[in-house]
Design a protein. Sequence first.
Length: 78
Amino acid sequence: MYIAPTYQYRSIATSLSEEIDQRLRSHSIKSVYVEASVNAVPFYERVGYQWIGTHQKPITVDGTSMVINMNDMEKRLG
């Protein structure tokens, strides 16, 4: 999830995360997984996700291929 800098620190991402959790629970989904950038890990930890590992992900930006490290995170919705 990305929130533009001018809208950060207004609880938008937290509200969206809570809404997503409610909708997933209503469909009996027990857990949710995200691939988080290193900058996003603190947010996901604050909303209840746990770090479960890392992996490398190939991406292309403006025609340039590269590999970035991603953090695997999971939240149990129980």
